[in-house]
Design a protein around this ligand. Structure first.
Ligand code: NOJ
Length: 576
């Protein structure tokens, strides 16, 4: 079975389940939950990094790619976990963070200790001397987590006595690795091969489209954050081809996905077109910026539906035209819960969660489910900034205060966008400790009951017909049963509709129309007459067959009939 018909489940290990009763989830906890993951019908499980790390960026700051973070388990535990998933027919996908290493990594420590050959593993550059003689960092690039992207490299200076800096596009303890330096590149390829030999078949490459900085680094125009200086450069494609050929490419049974920051359709076609020998698919993020105010993440405005729909449509069409392949997702460990952003967790939690699921699972691409999404988990309601753990949330809060934003508003903004929103413990039960295995988790759980219905938000509560969980299981199974979902082409539908996102999938004589009402009131949409005799493949309302019959009987003209979609209704109609 190819990845076109497969579904990937993402586990944030620190927050999945604690078998040891410590403050974090652990590998043995994951092993205990293998049967649950298998019950979803997914084919792959992607784990956020659980390698040795000082945890400045929750494991994306790796100090040893070959060692397991002792808080989470041992190498033997990881091997057992791989075997346990494989026994259920599930493959594992590891997170390869190859753009940067922790400053606690041996390479950086040796560089800092003065071993010159390790200086080449990083971007080490002298300060710029401005006209008035003052010193500036080597370029004006912004770190993704705030502030300038350069950090003073010990006390070192160049021959002229100018201070040296190292590049850190993320946290200051995540030093960017110089991929131009062949020994560094080869050492990273060895990491992938080591894990392949342990039975890992999937690889998710973290921010892989920023690995190709130029050899001469240039300033962005004053006052501008110009990511193109280090993003999607031509050499990124060359480096990924080298990665492919030197690691997973010649090996059997692999699936790869690249995380692409601030990218374009054109580049993503290149990254994922099979003939390019780069990756199988790509994550892009434009659809998750439609609730940014003027491009600023740290803002709080309602999402712009027309923009969301156009982006999803453009990417579906563009990737198809170029022969590329999308990874499809609403949630991950870096995003607040989509249910809070694009749904209505207060009044229509089940309806909006299932509608959002349909949008992704019936599209052209490979769907990803982030733990907790399948049970309709929502963002936590914390009291103050101290409840957040993530370095990015704290940096953003400080930045907003410095910009003169009031403390209340700054908190409100951070609460709406913080990455911790999705990192709260997985809710196995609706008890106060959410059945996480410990009463003192590293991050406080989100609310475990539905504010409107009072029903629990947990796996235990969702094990019933008509639940969000049952709906996800059905969607995952449909992709395997119906080739049109896995392989059909994508066509736009009613692009101008202001409330409904629709699209069609086409395979030979078959057509599948997917209609999604993104709002909490009824909305009407005209449907071609050909669908009058269609079959309801799936809907998140029970009486969809009657609804279809009523629409046809009441409103049919020669070419079309009208369907009245209920709040957050999703309806998929199949002909042929
Ligand atoms: C993207 C990861 O998803 C995120 O969690 C991390 O902070 C950055 N890459 C840096 O590794």
């Amino acid at each position: 079975m190819s990845f076109h018909s497969q579904v990937i489940y993402q586990i944030y290990p620190k927050s999945f389940y604690s078998a040891s009763g410590g403050s974090t989830g652990d590998i043995r906890g994951i092993i205990e939950k293998v049967p649950y993951v298998a019950s979803l019908g997914v084919d792959w499980v992607w784990f956020n990094p659980f390698f040795a790390s000082p945890q400045r960026d929750n494991g994306y700051d790796i100090s040893d790619y070959y060692a397991i973070n002792p808080d989470l388990g041992t190498m033997a535990d990881v091997e057992e976990m791989i075997t346990a998933f494989n026994a259920e027919g599930i493959n594992v996908m590891f997170d390869m963070v190859l753009n940067h290493v922790s400053t606690e990594h041996e390479w950086f420590k040796r560089a800092l200790a003065g071993e010159r050959e390790y200086w080449d593993y990083f971007y080490i550059r002298p300060a710029q001397i401005s006209e008035d003689g003052s010193q500036l960092p080597p370029t004006n690039w912004e770190s993704k987590f705030g502030g300038n992207a350069w950090v003073r490299f010990g006390d070192y200076t160049d021959e002229q006595g100018t201070p040296l800096y190292y590049l850190a596009l993320y946290d200051r303890t995540q030093a960017d690795v110089n991929w131009h330096h062949e020994p560094a590149r080869r050492a990273l390829f060895d990491v992938v091969n080591f894990w392949y030999d342990k039975g890992v078949r999937g690889f998710r490459f973290d921010v892989i489209n920023v690995i190709g900085k130029d050899t001469v680094l240039r300033d962005a125009p004053a006052g501008v954050i110009d990511k193109t200086l280090y993003t999607d450069t031509p050499v990124v494609h060359t480096f990924i081809q080298d990665l492919n050929r030197s690691s997973f490419g010649p090996r059997e049974g692999t699936v790869t996905v690249g995380e692409m920051s601030s990218t374009s359709i054109e580049n993503c076609v290149g990254y994922s077109h099979p003939a390019q020998e780069q990756l199988d698919m790509v994550f892009s993020f434009h659809h998750l910026k439609v609730d940014y105010d003027q491009g600023q993440k740290w803002s709080k405005v309602p999402f712009r539906f027309a923009e969301l729909k156009n982006i999803l449509n453009d990417w579906a069409l563009g990737m198809q035209a170029g022969g590329g392949w999308n990874a499809l997702f609403w949630n991950n460990h870096d995003q607040p819960r989509a249910l809070n952003r694009f749904g209505d967790p207060q009044r229509y939690r089940t309806e909006s969660a299932t509608m959002l699921a349909s949008v992704i699972h019936l599209l052209r691409g490979t769907p990803y489910v982030y733990m907790g999404e399948e049970i309709g988990m929502i963002d936590p309601v914390y009291e103050g900034i101290e409840d957040y753990v993530d370095v990015e949330a704290h940096n953003a809060y400080d930045m907003l205060l410095q910009q003169g934003v009031s403390a209340d508003r700054a908190f409100e903004i951070v609460a709406s966008k913080a990455r911790d929103n999705s990192r709260t413990p997985m809710q196995w039960t609706s008890d106060p400790d959410v059945g996480f295995g410990t009463s003192k988790p590293w991050l406080a759980p989100a609310v475990a009951s539905d504010a409107h219905t009072g029903a629990g938000i947990s796996v235990a509560d969702e094990e019933r017909p008509g639940s969000i969980l049952s709906y996800y299981r059905r969607l995952i199974a449909l992709r395997k049963e119906y080739e049109i979902i896995a392989k059909g082409s994508y066509e736009s539908f009613a692009l101008d509709h202001e409330r409904v996102f629709g699209y069609e999938r086409v395979l030979g004589e078959q057509r599948l129309l997917v209609l999604n009402n993104f709002f909490g009131e009824e909305n009407t949409i005209s449907v071609p007459k050909a669908y009058a005799l269609s079959k309801v493949l799936i809907s998140n309302y029970e009486d969809a067959d009657e609804q279809l019959a009523a629409g046809v009987a009441l409103t049919a003209t020669a070419d079309e009939f009208e369907l009245q979609l209920k709040p957050y209704q999703s309806l998929a109609l199949l002909i042929g």
